[in-house]
Design a protein around this ligand. Structure first.
Ligand SMILES: NC(=O)c1ccc[n+]([C@@H]2O[C@H](COP(=O)([O-])OP(=O)(O)OC[C@H]3O[C@@H](n4cnc5c(N)ncnc54)[C@H](O)[C@@H]3O)[C@@H](O)[C@H]2O)c1
Ligand SMILES: C[N+](C)(C)CCCC=O
Length: 528
């Protein structure tokens, strides 16, 4: 068990779908945080191999991880070198031999146990996620709920993974076996550290693979808890390993000859490099990349729902969400009313200490990122955009937060499709509002982007809703809602937002391979 474990308060009933969980968190009575901001310090090693935390066997560069709420360093660690990466992969290979021989039901039981432990330790994990990432505690709880739901879901599928039996002439037959790939590498982004790891580990382990996981160096803390939980749940030693580090460590992983697959979540430029490295070894990749998603709001919508959808589509996790609907197209008849309401609601967002129950927006991940986001807004102003609210660095009243990386959420008006803020992924709390007149026009404009991760529509016209999502060039579409995450539904992008899918039955395809067996029941005929 982790000695970094924090106190776990009374648990509460849990609901099983992302949105309902979010609702329950929003409406539930305040629960006191398990740690207070400004006190956490990570002292244990952050690599995980041979079923325990270890210091890396080699590595040169040191990294520091921050608590964005205060700007404090909470962990210093060495980035894993080539030797450490190899040790983790060799461990995974050994564990794979045992794990891949287990039946689906055996794997299922262990994944269910891991899900149960995550549920039990939800408050502790959520608090650490909030401390290291900056997202509000109530959002972090939703992330942890989605994480255990993901493991439960794949535990449910593990027992029914199967091939096909095909009858051939003369009593001969063929069958297919669904087999694991081997050692899979997971590389994650910093915005959903624990959840991204579960979205990869859940299907990978259910299919019988082993995994070596590298989180973002900005958020190294919580994935090690996941590794400890898998061990406690009963996976073979070395099945799920963690190596810490940045680009160099990631490259050692991607280039390693014993790695069967790379599943990557991160930016488009890094995704392109990953694909190139994987191509050298003919390794399959899953790429979950960035986005600049459109949300189309027709004048016949339920305005309050559309406003809620736009808020959820822009301001979760300080706007640092890949599938955010940062281009909000609003039909001209309701533009003023919609804008007025969104601005009113945005101004009311409570910014501050992420561990406080009533905080709805915490700090951004780090200072350079905050400066980058503010730079986008400055550029927007220079290009003629109107800042309707927010868009400034923010210093909360509490003196311990004065060095944190806060900004006020921003709504931009007077936007044009060719402006930088409308074209590029900002990855911060910045919503651009764009008027439109017709369905045909808005679809053309919505699809005019290199990205294709997500998209949404608000309308009461059911035919139009389905017509619009069918025309959207995006992998994840929402009708009359936005940014909900049922783990039963596949998630992934079109165009440069990547390929492959996480969640849902679809993910099984990306962590397994089919073997065909042809069985002869008669004699062998030869043409020679
Ligand atoms: N589609 C999705 O599901 C999804 C989810 C979350 C975030 N994202 C995207 O991630 C981006 C933000 O995350 P980020 O800033 O951490 O992205 P990033 O690409 O900078 O880093 C992602 C991960 O890749 C590693 N990495 C960097 N260079 C590497 C290299 N050369 N070889 C191997 N690994 C390397 C990083 O250390 C990190 O762990 C945004 O674009 C966002 O949209 C996508
Ligand atoms: C859980 N969300 C909100 C759908 C985000 C998925 C991961 C993207 O960054």
């Amino acid at each position: 068990a982790s000695s970094a474990r924090l106190m776990v308060p009374n648990s509460r009933p849990l609901l099983h779908f992302g949105f309902q969980v979010l609702r329950s968190c929003l409406s539930s009575a305040a629960m006191s945080p398990v740690a207070s901001t400004g006190t956490f310090r990570q002292v244990l090693p952050l690599n995980y191999r041979s079923g325990t935390r270890v210091e890396p066997a080699d590595g040169r560069d040191k990294e520091e991880a921050y608590e964005p709420a205060t700007g404090r360093v909470i962990a210093t660690f060495t980035c894993s070198g080539e030797k450490e990466v190899d040790l983790a992969i060799q461990n995974a290979k050994t564990a794979f031999k045992i794990w891949s021989q287990k039946s689906g039901m055996e794997r299922s039981r262990i994944l269910l146990e891991a899900a149960r432990i995550i549920r039990e330790r939800k408050e502790e994990i959520a608090a650490m996620e909030s401390i290291n990432n900056g997202k509000s505690i109530f959002e972090a709880r939703v992330d942890i709920d989605i994480s255990w739901q993901c493991l439960e879901y794949y535990a449910g599928l593990a027992g029914s993974l199967a091939g096909q039996h095909v009858q051939l002439p003369g009593g001969s037959f063929g069958y297919t076996r669904r087999e694991p790939l081997g050692v899979c590498v997971g590389i994650g982004a910093w915005n959903y550290p624990f959840q991204i790891a579960c979205w990869k580990a859940g299907p990978a382990l259910a299919c019988g693979n082993a995994m070596v996981y590298k989180p973002s160096p900005f958020t190294p803390i919580t994935v090690v808890l996941l590794a400890e939980i898998f061990t406690e749940a009963g996976v073979p030693t070395g099945l799920f390993n963690v190596v810490q580090g940045g680009a160099a460590t990631g490259e050692f992983l991607c280039r390693h000859p014993d790695v069967a697959k790379v599943s990557f979540t991160g930016s488009v430029p890094t995704g392109s490099k990953i694909m190139e490295m994987a191509a050298k070894g003919i390794k399959p990749v899953t790429l979950e990349l960035g986005g600049k998603s459109p949300l189309i709001i027709f004048s016949d919508c339920v305005l309050e729902n559309a406003v809620n959808g736009a808020m959820m589509g822009n301001f979760l996790t300080q706007g640092e969400v890949c599938c955010n609907a940062t281009r909000v197209f609003v039909q001209r008849e309701i533009l003023d009313k919609f804008t007025e309401e969104v601005v009113k609601r945005t101004k009311k967002i409570k910014i501050g200490d992420p561990l406080l129950e009533d905080t709805r927006m915490g700090p951004l991940i780090n200072k350079p990122h905050l400066e980058k986001v503010l730079g986008f807004i400055q550029k927007g102003k220079e290009q003629g955009m109107k800042v309707l609210c927010g868009g400034e660095a923010y210093i909360p009243g509490d003196s311990k937060l004065k060095n944190g990386f806060y900004m006020s959420p921003c709504v931009l008006g007077n936007c044009k499709d060719d402006m930088t803020c409308v074209k590029e992924e900002i990855f911060g709390p910045v919503m651009s509002i764009l008027p439109f007149d017709t369905e045909e026009e808005v679809l053309e404009r919505a699809n005019n982007t290199i990205y294709g991760l997500a998209g949404g529509v608000f309308t009461r016209d059911i035919q139009r809703a389905h017509r619009v999502v069918a025309a959207l060039q995006a992998g994840m579409c929402f009708i009359n809602n936005y940014n909900i995450s049922p783990v039963e539904l596949p998630f992934g992008g079109y165009k440069r937002s990547g390929f492959g899918r996480e969640n849902g039955e679809a993910a099984i395809e990306y962590y397994s391979q089919l073997k065909t067996v042809c069985v002869e029941m008669g004699d062998v005929e030869s043409v020679f």
